[in-house]
Ligand binder design. Structure first.
Ligand code: SF4
Length: 266
């Protein structure tokens, strides 16, 4: 089997908090987020025999407990994801998937086949605001460096919401996350609205929600590359905005890695 393959990290401690993983980045994505740091994965193709990835898993296996399949959007290559997940499971490893949530039918299939242990789903803007979501994913963004794929923002928010609810119903581990970029997406008001939309969708306050510090230095959109990333203190301020609706809030920064926010210290 061939896979449109980007790259891998043999040993990572940041892509699945609390676990050591080997991480694979698959190519192609239906979105065109202007801040995307993996934009070369969106446009170029490199077909590789999946045996190369199996070999990489075997090499990392003594040092890791899991694989993470990321991208791009891994579910654009469902068969490759299924193959890798089966291979990992046959070798005693857990499987995590980073997804933009656009393919709920693949989420269902992967769960049904028992191939995933944890989903990490992006919530790029409030789930009840297709217009804002459209901006976040670069839908029809004329300045974008890479042409948009013409996804329908209404369908995007519907699909992302469905993916989230499907994982929640399955009882599998779930992390929702938002990448925040100053002056683009993720000020306190945006984060509060995103958290509110998650809580409204799921009917829960205890969903794990991670606010990720966007580093625009390598953004797809050239004009974004000079934007100053939020500092850790500013990120904690954004976490406080989310806390109006959610309790299990984390911040992920270059400086301090993954931190669960302790509300008592606020
Ligand atoms: S940041 Fe956006 S465009 Fe880039 S891989 Fe993720 S979902 Fe796709």
């Amino acid at each position: 089997m061939k896979v449109n393959y980007g790259s891998s990290i043999p040993i990572s401690t940041v892509d699945w908090h609390g676990r050591v993983s080997v991480v694979f980045f698959l190519r192609k994505c239906p979105f065109r987020c202007p801040y995307c740091q993996n934009h070369e994965l969106l446009v170029e193709s490199k077909m590789e025999d999946i045996a190369v990835l199996e070999k990489a898993i075997n090499k990392s296996r003594p040092f890791v407990s899991s694989i993470v399949v990321s991208g791009g959007e891994p579910f654009m290559q469902k068969k490759a994801c299924q193959h890798l997940a089966r291979f990992a499971k046959d070798n005693g490893l857990l499987v995590g998937i980073h997804t933009c949530g656009y393919y709920p039918e693949v989420v269902v299939e992967m769960i049904y086949e028992g191939l995933v242990d944890k989903f990490f789903i992006d919530v790029k803007s409030p789930l009840n605001d297709p217009g804002m979501y459209s901006r976040a994913i670069g839908c029809c963004e004329t300045q974008a460096a890479v042409e948009c794929t013409g996804v329908d923002p209404e369908e995007v928010v519907k699909n992302v919401s469905e993916s989230i609810l499907t994982v929640m119903r399955s009882g599998l581990e779930l992390e929702l996350r938002t990448t925040v970029i100053r002056d683009f997406i993720g000020d306190a008001d945006d984060v509060s609205r995103i958290a509110a939309s998650i809580s409204e969708l799921t009917g829960k306050r205890d969903v794990t929600y991670v606010i990720q510090q966007g580093i625009p230095e390598h953004a797809m959109l050239e004009s974004m590359r000079d934007i100053r990333p939020y500092s850790r203190d500013e990120m904690l301020g954004l976490a406080a905005a989310a806390h109006g609706f959610l309790d299990d809030v984390w911040v992920r920064t270059k400086e301090s890695g993954n931190e669960k926010v302790q509300w008592e210290s606020f």
